[in-house]
Design a protein around this ligand. Structure first.
Ligand SMILES: [Zn+2]
Length: 321
């Protein structure tokens, strides 16, 4: 008798107060796919493994799950994702996941031999790249090419790679006003270039050079962008290289090949026993024609020519933005 009264009481309560149903029915269950605490390397993207949900009768509620919170995959830090679901009675459940984005550890720099010269060529492949590759091959000197993805003659990237040169990302469009709008624009340009390199070499490259160098002021429309990008790219495991020997081949249109050779030679000499990262452009024929003299002079004077790698010492310009 007493049980019947209790039962009647609850039926009445359920009919009168919809909230009582909630109190009586078990909540749905959310099950995280993957770990509740995830640690991931800083990267361009993060894929949330998601969660599944069922109500107390076993019905699948996965499609109704909403997720609050966002992981910024390239920014080192701790993020919380909250998954929530409600069943047909409005009974709610939630679960949380912590995602910790950590920097990728870059390998230690290995000091090169004294008087090492890293020849680097930006903006190609260009009309003079084939000639340049022939010269380098003749002297068995390896260099580094920071390539532009939307140039023609992409197959020269493959040739350079197959002949032992290092390939790095420079840009896809090299249009400063597009690349340096914000992080997303920079990443899009970077990834498009990386895709071209992957297609030509079968390898991802950890090497890159910012268009205009990391010390550029062309990015100033977005305050602090270079300060952020330089940190972010290193956190993602890339190594960027500026230069300590500017050939001036892109700054001064009036220079002959001999002038360019002299500029480079004088600046390398000024570095003493230290290493030199030389900036040239294989889109400039007068610069390419200076390379043979440069190699001959270097070899006669005890210099070692090496391609850049992830363990090479780097030069970073002072940041201006
Ligand atoms: Zn450039």
């Amino acid at each position: 008798m007493r049980r019947r009264i209790v039962f009647a009481f609850f039926v009445a309560l359920a009919l009168l107060v919809p909230g009582a149903v909630r109190a009586l029915s078990p909540a749905p269950v959310i099950t995280l796919v993957g770990d509740a605490a995830m640690t991931v390397d800083a990267a361009f993207a993060f894929e949330d493994p998601g969660a599944t949900a069922r109500d107390s009768s076993g019905q699948d509620l996965t499609d109704r799950i909403t997720v609050e919170g966002e992981v910024i995959p390239y920014l080192v830090g701790e993020y919380v994702l909250t998954y929530a679901v409600a069943d047909e009675h409005g009974i709610k459940a939630q679960a949380q996941r912590t995602v910790t984005v950590v920097p990728v550890a870059l390998p230690q720099v290995v000091q090169p031999p004294k008087k090492t010269i890293y020849l680097t060529f930006d903006d190609g492949p260009g009309p003079s790249t084939e000639k340049l590759l022939d010269i380098l091959k003749q002297y068995d000197v390896k260099a580094t090419f920071f390539v532009v993805g939307n140039q023609g003659r992409k197959e020269l990237i493959r040739r350079a790679y197959e002949e032992g040169h290092s390939i790095g990302v420079h840009s896809y469009t090299h249009r400063f006003e597009e690349i340096y709008v914000d992080e997303a624009a920079f990443f899009a340009d970077f990834l498009a270039t990386e895709a071209v390199i992957l297609e030509q070499t079968g390898q991802y490259t950890p090497l890159f050079r910012f268009p205009g160098g990391s010390g550029n002021t062309v990015s100033c429309g977005n305050r602090g962008l270079m300060t952020r990008l330089t940190g972010i790219m290193e956190d993602m495991g890339y190594r960027y290289f500026d230069w300590n020997v500017n050939s001036l081949d892109a700054n001064r249109m009036d220079l002959t090949s001999l002038d360019i050779f002299n500029v480079i030679r004088n600046r390398i000499t000024a570095n003493g026993d230290g290493f030199s990262i030389v900036l040239q452009h294989d889109t400039k024929s007068n610069s390419v024609f200076a390379v043979e003299d440069l190699i001959r002079w270097g070899l006669e004077n005890g210099y070692t020519f090496l391609p850049l790698t992830i363990t090479s010492p780097t030069v970073h310009a002072a940041l201006n933005n």
